[in-house]
Write a protein that binds this ligand. Sequence first.
Ligand code: GUN
Length: 292
Amino acid sequence: MKLLNGKEVSAKIKEDIKKEAAEFTVQSGRKPHLVAILVGNDGGSETYVASKMRNCELVGFESTNIRYEADVTEEELLAKIAEINKDDSIDGLIVQLPLPKHIDPEKVTEAIDYKKDVDGFHPINLGRMQRNLPCFIPATPYGVLLMLDHYGIDTSGKHAVVVGRSNIVGSPMSILLARNSNPGNCTVTLTHSRTKDLKAEVLRADIIVAAIGKKNFVTADMVKDGAIVIDVGINREDSTETKSGFKLYGDVDFDEVSKKSSWITPVPGGVGLMTIVGLLKNTLEAAKGTIY
Ligand code: GUN
């Protein structure tokens, strides 16, 4: 078993981003600027946004975190997005999901100028991604592609099985792996909660992408010998063992599955760190104007 080491890969790519950001700053007289809007105080979302902001600083970006109470109106949020869309000093805008129930995430996603949509969630970016046109690719699937690319893993002709069809990970991941590009050119099966014999589907996979949000969901009996296993799960459980007060678990039973896999990502230290890299790369592209 070989480890797809998110710590190592993300550190290396972030060094490259840092250099490019410094060049951009010299040439333009300003830093790439990411704004993240966080609504409410969901523990996971707070951690993710704090990490995004910290990583922006690390690579020499400017970052702004705008916070709202959970009872902010949809109208107020949309007004702020419209204001940011018009602000030339801001390159990228993300609204951390999930949002409180009274706010429609589709409305919010479509309100963001697709040229600043560094999450790649806007239908224009999604459509362009499907057509293999320049676009912002959602950060987590982008991070997975960068990881596969870094290790020189040839995905062409392989059977990829994606577990979970979320807008954030599973759905875009399935599109990207099927595209005529590298990494890509896979035969893709997208499985979800209504899939009939999930185990039989996953057992056929040369590449498994687990993005279902359930601790240890993918067990060794579901995995073919030699499979490449990408674990996107970040499941938090309270713990007295760690300083943070919680412990992270993937969607894959790492201890058992790693005995069968050829390559596998750990949790933590795998895809989570690559998500940040995807977001930083998109923000740099937005600043440089190389996509739009
Ligand atoms: N919630 C979980 N993942 C993400 C992400 O990549 N972007 C945003 N905006 N919210 C998320």
